[in-house]
Each structure stands twice: as structure tokens, then as C-alpha cells.
Design a protein around this ligand. Sequence first.
Ligand code: ADP
Ligand code: ZN
Ligand code: ZN
Length: 747
Amino acid sequence: MALYANIIIDISHEKLDKTFQYKVPERLREELAIGMQVEVPFGNGNRRNTGYVVELSDTPEYDISRMKEIAGVAKDGIPIESQLIALAGWMRKNYGATMNQALKTVLPIKRKTGEKKQRMIRLLLEREQAKETLQMFEKKHHTARARLLSNLMEQSPLPYEMVTKKLHMTAAVIRKMEEMEILCIEEKRAYRSPLGEMKQSGGRIVLNQQQQRVMERICNDFSAGERKTYLLRGVTGSGKTAVYIEIISRLVENGRQAIVLIPEIALTYQTVLRFYQRFGERVSILNSKMSAGERYDQFERAKNGELDVMIGPRSALFTPFSKLGMIIIDEEHETSYKSETMPRYHARETAIERARMADASVLLGSATPSVESFYHAKTGAYVLLELEKRIEEKPLPTCYTVDLREELRQGNRSILSEKLQQLMEQRLNSHQQIMLFINRRGLAGFVSCRACGHVMKCPHCDVSLSYHNNGNLVCHYCGYMERAPKVCPQCGSKYIGGFKAGTQKIEEIVRKRFPEARVLRMDFDTTRNKDGYEKILSSFANQEADVLVGTQMIVKGHDFPNVTLVGVLAADLSLHVSDYHGPERTFQLITQAAGRAGRGKFPGEVVIQTYSPEHYAIALAGKQDYEKFYEAEIACRALMRYPPCGHMLVMMTASTDEMTAMLCIELLAKKIQQAQERGKLSGLQMIGPADAAVAKLKDVYRRVLYFKHPEYETLVQMKDVLEQFICRHREFRNVTVQFDFDPVNGF
Ligand code: ADP
Ligand code: ZN
Ligand code: ZN
């Protein structure tokens, strides 16, 4: 029951910061909630305006004698913006952020110029006619007309702007040719489908029995009015995407809309095409390469009812569909579903909240569900559904685990084990393809001194620099670059270098060992420019190479039927990352990599090279035993009270001044300690203060505090109290404080 409400009058982006405080009349105090559309007197004339409630409070921000009162709640329907603003309020509360940060996350940024109509010039003549007319213009020395005509003969239609600005045609010339009925000018909405010229072909897949069962279960629940969160566990290639498409079809027939979240990296032409083939112009995509204006256009299309399906990464979750029926999150275990800026929301939990508001269901899909989701499925919060077999019952690949320590003892110093070399040889002879996967780039490329152990680090970021073939050391956080030293700056020894294998090194080794093999490499470097990624994938798919060497990128969702051998070169690299997700990431990466092998006619084989074959994550990934892995992992989490067996909150102070960052984190720690001494916050465990995993980033110092508590809600309340404490204390003026609940990527 709040006494005052902050209202935004215009939700175009530029004015999001601008809220106005109003008194809440007695009769509205019970019902008023964040997101509601209200009528308020506005400006000098007290003209009636509609606005949205974005914050409620009990303390006035200025003189209440001058404060106006809300006139009433708007009557005509509930706009979709209300729901999104309410969602922003929920995110602000549960993840920590200002309301403004939360609003900017959920509401699309409006383009300043507003919607613009684009004019196009289209040629009206047939080929022969056009040729004759062109000759006529040339003979009469109508050079401008001739030039425009010949350009239109090459491509039509052409944007009007391009014709005037790039071809330098005057409006008069264009008008004259329009009168001669050589061309016409048509208006086209400036926003168009980002899918371009894809062809819609109706080929429908008939679901097999296990797919049918899953689809019917979800659709029947939906018809019966039941809204749930489903977790669909299905090995790669078991036909999950086909199930999504079928479920969405049913929903769309019933007038509902769907959002499909896919990790950006898996948002490939192949995947999008499958949706396009079914839904045509009624599906659209979002991706990070789009400008704010382009994204806004797609959101407008969704709002205007021009779309039924939106596909995209995390932010597609905020598509303004007013009849949303289902949110699907594919590869739900992916870490990219957690935002790395405030509010640091998780798309999974936020999707569940949005679905609750919209009377929709949520479907999570993965071959290797996150430990969190599987826990919720096991304990009944989610409904567990499974696709046990691959389509056409293709067998899962055979896995071999190779102990690299043993290899070394046998005298093999190569990064390629004997077993792997032998299998590669076979594949090359039988013209089948091979994928070699190394699971972390920067980690493998660092330069160290063999005499004193000194590691070359970035002077701005406290992370190791990576060696590049051009002789430079590069920081992958901030882009800092320097020449690789010839002698150790610490001890002067000349035994300094990057000996560990990165993707480039592996490529070299493979070329040397198998000179006849055609090798492609996919990593940060080779995919940096536009289309690099698609080009490498399509070239490999067309069998223009025998071996694809790469990082994480190559293990995600691609279907290469001719790949029958996958090598995981150093499975341990993700095991020892600094947070508790190490084993989970390792299990997922190995399983995903293995899933690339044997998707076509021939069965697949996988070689897992490791220094710790006995570790449960690696041993069980080799056996592809998800359930056993889950049991082992959840036992560890329970012991340590890590999520989902408890909750965590990480707070970070960041400042260009090292002392300030430290002082502020200590103030926060002390505040909590005092509360604990007064007998509050029982069950709370505090760890730190300490340096963040990346203690310095772009010259900003970062300090962290960790908290663990069984109840999420307790951590949220603690955050609320600290937020107020931070507002009231001047020490915090030159520091930013961030909150991260149940961290996934860490600071
Ligand atoms: P997932 O998303 O689980 O990896 P997909 O839906 O991509 O699986 O299916 C894998 C392959 O099997 C795709 O090429 C798809 O077209 C094909 N497929 C899926 N379902 C069927 C089906 N019922 N009958 C025939 N082919 C299918
Ligand atoms: Zn040294
Ligand atoms: Zn740096």
C-alpha cells in the first residue's frame, strides 16, 4: 500500500529517466501496482495524460503540497507495455538494479526519427523494351536517363535515396521517366523481414512416436488450461527442434504467439530456415548484429500482430507479444542466458515469470540440462519429458578416454595421442571428416618463463596475455597488445614462450603430422570479421576440408553428417575454472562435442584426452551418463550449499581508485556483520571481501563479497537494505556496486 507513485508519461527511450511523482488517492492504494496504466493531470494546464506506474514508495521525493494526485486507472484494456514494465519491476527486485536499468532492458529503444517510409524505384519495362529504350536515350544523349535505366536493368527495385544520393539523379529526371512509364515509385515500409529472400517450402516432418508423445502432452495441458514449465531432455539429434515447431504450429492455430530463445552462436541459417519454412513471413529473428533501430522495427512488427514467432538470443524474451502462449528456451544450460550487465537476470527464471504474467507455458530443452533445471524437474517444480533415442535410432558414438600422463610416460609428447592419430589416419583414408576441439582459447595461449615461472599479464586487467602467431601478446578482455618478449622481464632468461597449445598451434601440428589433410580453423581470430563464422561452417559442410579445429564454437548445434571422429584435446581445461560450475561445464562440453560425431550414415567415435580421467565429470561424460553425473554433482552442491541447494549473492564494488573499491566493500561487509551480531540474518554465510576473479578490468579495480543462504528471498531483502545504505553514504559516490544472484559467469 504505497502513498506515492512514480509515473513515466512517455515510454520512448529518451525519456525513460524522466519520472514524475504523484500522490496515490486513498481509493487506489490497494490496487495500484507497477506497470499499470494511469491517468494523471500533466503540465501547466493539467491536461489529462496517460502514464505508467514504474515505482511505488512511502516517502515523497519533494514537497507534497505541490504534488498532484493520480486521477484514475486507465480503462481501455491492458497494453502489453504494462506487462513488460511489471516484469521490469520484478527483475529490479530480484536481481538488483535501478528501475531505469530494468526498463531499458525490457523496453525496446525507439529510433529517434520514428518510423520512416522507404521509397523504391522499380523498372516497369521488359528486357527487350528496356534495351531499345536505352539505345534511344543514348542516341539522343540523354545521359542521365540512360544511366538510371542501365542501373535499373542490373537491379530493380533500387532505393530512392540511393538513386538520388549515390547515382546523383535529380528528382526531375526520375519524375520524367515515371511519366514515360519506364519506372514507378513505390512506398515500402522501412522495416522488413531480416530473413531476406529465404524460400518457404512446406515440407512437413511427421513426428515419430516419442516426439508425438511429448508434443501431445504439452498441447493437451495447454488446451486444458494448465500452464507449466517443462524440461525436455533429449540427446542431440533426437528431434527437439521438430517438436518445438509442431507445438508452435498448434498454438498459432489457436491464435497464440511464441518466443524461441536460442544461443546466438546456434542461430544459424540452417535453424532459422527450418522455422521459416513452416511459418514464412510470420517468423522473425533478433541478433546482436542488428542496430537498435532494426531491433525496434522487429518489436513493432510483433506488437502490430504481424508475427507469430520470434527467435533470438536472451533479449528476444521481451518481444511485445500480447497473446503469448509459449516461451521455448533451447540449449537451456547455456551460460549466455544469464545477463552480464545490470540487472543480471537469468532468462530462464525471467521467462517463467513472464509466462506467469501472460498465461503462457515455458519449455526448456537440452541434451545436458543445467543442474539447476534438472533439480527442479526432479523435485516437481518442472515437468520432466524425455526423448531417449536419436532420430532413426542412430547409435550414440563410442568414447575412448586417453590419459595424457600415460602418453607422456610412453614418450609421446604430441598434443595428439596415439589413439587419436591412429583414428585420424583411418578417417582421412576413408574420406570422412574429423573435428578437433579445445575448450578454451585464452587459457591455452599464455606465455610463461620456464626458468622462473613468470606469466605475461595484461597491465590493465590481471589476466594472462595470449600469444598470437604474428608475435604479439593480446589481452582478450581489453584488447591491450604488446610484442612478445625475447627474454623474461623478470629474470632475463631466454626460455620464455607460449608452449601450451591454442587452436593455431593445433592447426600447425595437424598439418605437420598429416600433410595431405585439408585443415580449417575456427576461433576468435578466424570469425572476427562478418560472415567468417558462416563461411567456415559452410565450407566444412561442403567437405572442402577434412579437419575442423576449433573452440567451443564448433560444438554447438551443427549437423555435419560426414563427421565420424571427434577429438576433445584437453578435457580438463574447463574443470578448474574458478567457480563451482567447472564439472558441469566440462560434462556439458564433452557431451556436446561427442554429439557431433556420427550424425550421418556411419557411426561415430570420440577420443577424450585428459590429465584427470578419474574425475567424475570426465569419466561419466565418456559414458554419456547424465543421470549419474547429476547425482554426483548435486551431492557436491548440497554439501557446499551451492545453487540449486541454496542460493548465492555476489556483490562487487568497482572503482578506478583501488582504495575506494576496497573501503566500500569493507563497509558493506561490516554492515552485514553488525546485523548478524544483532541476531539477524541467521543462516547467512559471508565469504570475503576478496579480489574479483578479474581483479582489475580496463583500469577499474574490482572487489567482491560472497553470501550464501538457503532462501533466495532473504538475500533479496538483504540487497534491498544494502541498496538504501549505499544511497545514504557519500563514500559510495565514486564506486559502482553490482549485484549478482546465483552467479553463472562471475565477475
Ligand atoms: P535436435 O534439435 O534434438 O538436435 P532436430 O530436431 O534438429 O534435433 O532433428 C535432428 C534431425 O532429424 C534433423 O535433420 C531433422 O530434420 C530430423 N528429424 C527430426 N524429426 C524427424 C522425424 N520425425 N522424421 C524424420 N526426420 C526428423
Ligand atoms: Zn623468468
Ligand atoms: Zn586487458
